[in-house]
Design a protein around this ligand. Structure first.
Ligand code: ADP
Ligand code: ADP
Length: 222
């Protein structure tokens, strides 16, 4: 289970500091919430971990190893990434979307079949959905497929950026509750971005609060 250390991380866009000297330790196995108003730097900070954003200053370590020392493709394969607009490939079935990375890894058809079924069970989608196309699913169902895809290679670290943000309030609450249940069985480190305080308290083991690029407080929900 991975721990993540962010050390004096700063990211500038021109003269503007989107992330301003952030120090943060993510403990292996916890679900850490990054919360703050829109524009406070949450997404930018999250993306420094899988190197979709390169910081101007500071360093990021995963289990003590600087992320710059990883091959970037390897790094991203070992980090599941779930975002709001999940971006399933419309011309590919649910199964093929989930199987994307396993196929690149050269898994056999049988291994893929088993893994897809296992993941559909995990995210509470009927196995028959494997042969559907994304447009035949609701927003919430597509989001579950996105989560299944992010988990396909069993990455020890999961980054989630407002994963339920596009859903209506009722569905959103339902997915939060289901996710609160499965996060224990997932047994991995999760950094989860949200601006929703209820979601933060429902899911977070710890909560880190950002404002104007700075981390202003980190603590347990109580
Ligand atoms: P949050 O996720 O908290 O809403 P972001 O990390 O997306 O915040 O953005 C933080 C700030 O950085 C915002 O003011 C945003 O406009 C700015 N920003 C983010 N990405 C870029 C970019 N690629 N170019 C310029 N400014 C950016
Ligand atoms: P390109 O610009 O050539 O499309 P990218 O830098 O977007 O390449 O992607 C490089 C590799 O990282 C690819 O294998 C891609 O699938 C993977 N990748 C890109 N973005 C993400 C992400 N957000 N999460 C996980 N893997 C990603």
């Amino acid at each position: 289970i991975e721990n993540v250390k962010l050390k004096n991380v700063t990211k500038r866009y021109g003269n503007f500091k989107a992330v301003d000297n952030v120090n943060l330790d993510v403990i292996g196995g916890e679900l850490l919430i990054l919360i703050g108003p829109s524009g406070s730097g949450k997404t930018t900070l999250l993306r420094t971990i899988n190197r979709l954003v390169e910081p101007d200053e500071g360093e990021i370590f995963i289990n003590g190893k600087n992320v710059k020392e990883f091959d970037v493709v390897e790094l991203r394969r070992s980090i599941g990434y779930v975002i709001q607009q999940i971006g399933l490939f419309p011309h590919m079935t649910v199964k093929e979307n989930i199987a994307l990375l396993p196929r690149l890894e050269g898994w056999s058809e049988e291994e893929i079949e088993n893994r897809v079924n296992e993941l559909l069970d995990l995210v509470a989608l009927p196995r028959e959905f494997a042969n559907r196309y994304p447009h035949q699913l609701s927003g919430g169902q597509q989001q579950r497929v996105g989560l299944a895809r992010a988990l396909a290679l069993n990455p020890p670290l999961l980054l989630m950026d407002e994963p339920f943000g596009a859903l209506d309030p009722i569905l959103r609450k339902q997915l939060q509750e289901e996710f609160a249940k499965i996060k224990e069985t997932l047994g991995r480190t999760i950094v989860f971005v949200t601006h929703d305080i209820e979601e933060a308290f429902r899911l977070g083991d710890r909560i880190a609060i950002m404002r104007k690029g700075k981390l202003i407080q980190v603590g347990y929900p109580d």
